[in-house]
Write a protein that binds this ligand. Structure first.
Ligand SMILES: Nc1ncnc2c1ncn2[C@@H]1O[C@H](COP(=O)(O)OP(=O)(O)OP(=O)(O)O)[C@@H](O)[C@H]1O
Length: 596
């Protein structure tokens, strides 16, 4: 769905799919209701005219009852039409709100993983949730009013001139001027303001979430809100935009309010002048009464127009924001049917740059993982190890070169096939707020309870299941049920074992572990990687000593490669890292001895 360059209404119609006719009819009924709402005033004019023509013997006013009924009838029909319009607009609004959420969620799932690093979950939730409900409010409540108001000026101009053109001009002139002041308030760069305002609101909300997440750090280091610069600045920024807008509206708002109330103030003196200079005072009095009744309606309408124009601006901005997500470039997967017989992976001279980054983070990488072999990536922090691993499941797409599995470019492998063949254990493996059973079963939705228990056993999770109040059925995140970092890693490993994919990628899976957990995680690894094609990213060099080949990555390039012994003989970066690692271990042991 492409929404670029479409008007707010057209965008809403697209989101409403087959309920778009509801919107059209809602607009039509509301406009009709608005026109009908003027008729009672005209009928009242006729009633007063009828009475004045026979005054003081009002029993002779024969038409009064008929006009009374007509006034009431047109009011009732107008109200009924308005309600019908509201029902239709609500039905359409629910569909639009549902579709905004649905399309955005569908889109999000196709986006590269990296998109989520740049757009934190709190921010995305806000964009989708808040803008979907903002659009709902606009469509359900404000659009019918806008369409009603859109026809009102024509009706008002006509009516104002039907009865007495002089009084008509007295009423209309200030109202016309009020439009200029309205334009001052909402025209020009106000849409730009709305964009900045919403940006600052979004930033403030996501920094608030960051702040709450960081409260332990704030407490431990006895910091105040001022130390959370981002949050503090975002509040200041928000305040700046909100108050600048309010302040910039002050003068135009005063002018606008004055001009829409001016007709009521001018009507009496002008009316009296006309009355004193006419021969037909009855008719002049009748017109004056009509205008005095009718002018407050115009004032109310102009007030509504002012509020609704603000709603149009925020609805337009809300749709723009949803549109930005929908227009985001996703990764295209092939639909071709292919057979993969061998799971060797090759990086052929690849270069990769993150979007918005100036320099490539990986440069001219050539690397092979033969089927059934285990290779490890090591090297200084920030060298590009995780990035390299992320390219295999296409979390990002590469700029130059190719990555192949069984000599087939991964861009030619359908998404499901690619994902089915890879199990990825992330640095911070995410567990969902559901039972342990469901968390592990995510690795293979067809698995039975027996399969899940076996995977849990291989991943050394037995002790976790034993201590949980409801074993495998315990829901994580409920009262008192929390897992340590190392325990979470083991559950994630059980999930990967259950998936039983031929390719395994392990990203720093031991980062959280204490010695006891590390030992168990190591055993879980061994179960997981048996007979698989494996890529491990590890900082603990001891855990990768026996892998088939080690690649040392530094500043986005392969510095050296070989097995542990070969690299030690090379006497370059790896052997330096190994020496440092060994001395850190002996330093640790030494410290422990001192403590003992
Ligand atoms: N989403 C991203 N957008 C832009 N730059 C990124 C992104 N993710 C990582 N980088 C940058 O890419 C470089 C390599 O990061 P990467 O995480 O691949 O390194 P690493 O070798 O795995 O580091 P570590 O061992 O500390 O995990 C770093 O300079 C990092 O700042």
């Amino acid at each position: 769905m492409s929404l670029k360059n479409k008007s707010t209404l057209k965008k809403l119609l697209e989101f409403a799919d087959n309920r778009k006719y509801f919107i059209i009819f809602s607009i039509f009924f509301s406009a009709l209701s608005s026109i009908l709402s003027f008729l009672p005033f005209i009928f009242i004019w006729f009633i007063i005219k009828d009475i004045l023509s026979v005054f003081p013997d009002i029993t002779k006013a024969t038409e009064t009852i008929k006009y009374g009924w007509l006034a009431m009838g047109s009011s009732v029909i107008s109200v009924l039409l308005y309600f019908t319009s509201l029902i239709l607009s609500h039905l359409a609004a629910f569909r639009v709100e549902k579709n905004i959420r649905k399309f955005s969620m569908h889109k999000i799932i196709t986006l590269p993983i990296g998109y989520f690093k740049q757009n934190p979950s709190g921010k995305l939730r806000k964009i989708i949730d808040d803008n979907a409900s903002l659009t709902h409010t606009f469509l359900a409540h404000q659009l019918p009013d806008i369409s009603g108001l859109a026809v009102m000026p024509f009706a008002i101009i006509t009516i104002l001139f039907i009865f007495d053109w002089k009084l008509g001009i007295v009423c209309l002139f200030p109202l016309m001027i009020s439009f200029l002041f309205l334009k001052e308030m909402i025209g020009g760069n106000r849409q730009m303001f709305m964009e900045n305002y919403m940006n600052s609101l979004e930033t403030m909300n996501s920094s608030a979430v960051e702040y709450i997440r960081g409260i332990p750090v704030v407490k431990v280091f006895q910091q105040t809100v001022f130390s959370f610069k981002n949050f503090y600045n975002s509040i200041k920024n928000y305040k700046k935009y909100a108050s600048n807008f309010a302040l910039s509206c002050r003068i135009p708002l005063i002018k606008y309010t004055l001009s829409i109330n001016l007709p009521s103030m001018l009507l009496m003196p002008f009316g009296l002048i006309i009355l004193l200079n006419t021969n037909n005072y009855k008719s002049a009095l009748l017109d004056l009464i009509f205008y005095m009744l009718f002018v407050p309606v115009c004032t109310v309408m102009m007030n509504k127009i002012m509020h609704l124009s603000e709603s149009v601006m925020s609805a337009r901005e809300a749709l723009n924001r949803v549109e930005n997500i929908l227009e985001e470039k996703n990764i295209n997967f092939s639909e071709k049917n292919i057979t993969i017989e061998n799971f060797s992976i090759k990086f052929n001279n690849i270069t990769f740059k993150y979007p918005n980054a100036k320099e490539p983070v990986l440069k001219n990488i050539n690397l092979e993982i033969p089927e059934g072999k285990v290779i490890a990536l090591v090297g200084p922090s920030g060298g590009g190890k995780s990035t390299l691993a992320n390219l295999i499941p296409r979390f990002w797409d590469i700029d130059q070169g190719s990555i192949t599995i069984d000599n087939i470019n991964i861009k030619d492998i359908p998404e499901k096939q690619l994902m089915d063949n890879i199990a990825f254990v992330f640095q911070n493996s995410k567990l969902f707020k559901t039972s342990l059973f469901e968390n592990i079963k995510m690795g293979n939705p067809k698995a039975t309870k027996k399969d899940v228990l076996k995977a849990a056993n291989l991943a050394q999770c037995d002790d976790i299941l034993q201590k949980m109040p409801h074993g495998l059925e315990t829901v994580i995140g409920t009262k008192g049920v929390y897992l340590s970092g190392g325990e979470q890693q083991r559950i994630a490993l059980a999930r990967a074992i259950l998936k039983d994919s031929p390719i395994i990628i392990l990203d720093e899976a031991t980062a959280f572990a204490d010695p006891e957990n590390e030992y168990q995680i190591q055993k879980a690894f061994e179960s997981l990687i048996e007979n698989k094609t494996v890529l491990i990213i590890a900082h603990r060099l001891s855990s990768i000593k026996n892998v088939d080949k080690i690649f040392v990555i530094k500043n986005g390039r392969i510095e050296e490669s070989g097995n542990h012994n070969e690299l030690l003989l090379n006497d370059k970066l790896y052997s330096k890292m190994w020496d440092e690692y060994k001395s850190s271990i002996s330093w640790k042991v030494g410290k422990e001895n001192i403590n003992v």
